[in-house]
Design a protein around this ligand. Structure first.
Ligand SMILES: [Zn+2]
Length: 261
């Protein structure tokens, strides 16, 4: 049963992740989402038939627009988004199984992948992705709480989300250049989603985010030789921390807090 759920989630992740390219490219650039899907960003010409097929699209994008010849900046990114989204959704499904909360975590997976991609490209976390994602995740967790009578989980989610928001806001207020307000908002979402599984899971999410961020940050500083001036987006590490907490949170929480068996 859980294998079937995982396979369905991976397949859905491939389809959703591929389409996330439009969200990442347009919302990252503050453009309109309503323009025809997959149309040329420069001249607005609709995409040819090949560009509508996910894998063929990479080649079509690389060749450029048939009308004006302009090439999208990241021809292969839809493939990367599809693979990342499929991997995260499959990981969540393997951990949660056919649970009512899986809908919330599927939305979270797509949001984390899209936000990470925008942050890597532009060092921003658009509210036009964050707010609908946070609202949907909160609503779907509420639905799961009603369905399973899991009000303790919902209370922990709200507490962890609020605590994370306040803690990150304090860091942002003290060092606005080091921690953007987008990171504060994303931390609230990660706290919410981690906290629904347990307060320990929320803790693991932020621990993993800071450990991964520190290690990668040091490597980037060493490679670029620019020291502390190097700007490293923190969103992808918060996203990775959330994935670690959901997929591997149970054993890590047991290890850290010596609880259960
Ligand atoms: Zn064009």
């Amino acid at each position: 049963m859980d294998t079937l759920v995982t396979v369905v989630a991976a397949t859905g992740g491939l389809v959703v992740g591929d389409q996330l390219e439009i969200v990442v490219a347009r919302l990252g650039a503050h453009e309109d989402l309503r323009r025809p899907w997959w149309s040329c960003a420069s001249c607005g010409a609709p995409a040819g038939a090949a560009a509508l097929v996910p894998v063929l699209r990479a080649a079509a994008r690389h060749r450029g627009c048939p009308a004006c010849g302009s090439r999208p900046a990241h021809a292969l990114r839809p493939l990367a988004l599809a693979v990342a989204c499929a991997a995260v959704m499959a990981g969540f499904a393997a951990r949660l199984g056919a649970d009512p909360s899986l809908a919330a975590y599927a939305v979270l997976a797509a949001a984390l992948v899209a936000l990470s991609a925008v942050d890597l490209e532009r060092l921003i976390l658009p509210n036009r992705i964050l707010y609908p994602a946070a609202g949907s995740v909160a609503l779907l967790l509420l639905v799961a709480s009603v369905a399973d009578d899991r009000w303790g989980s919902m209370a922990r989610a709200a507490a962890a989300g609020a605590a994370a928001f306040v803690a990150f806001f304090a860091v942002h207020a003290a060092a606005p250049r080091g921690m953007g307000f987008g990171d504060v908002r994303l931390a609230g979402l990660v706290g919410l989603a981690g906290g629904w599984l347990g307060l320990g899971h929320a803790f693991v999410a932020f621990l993993a985010a800071f450990v991964l961020g520190s290690v990668v940050g040091l490597v980037v500083m060493a490679v670029t030789g620019q020291g502390r001036r190097t700007r490293v987006p923190f969103g992808p590490f918060l996203a990775a921390g959330a994935v670690v907490a959901v997929v591997a949170g149970d054993p890590v929480v047991r290890l850290l807090f010596h609880r259960g068996g």
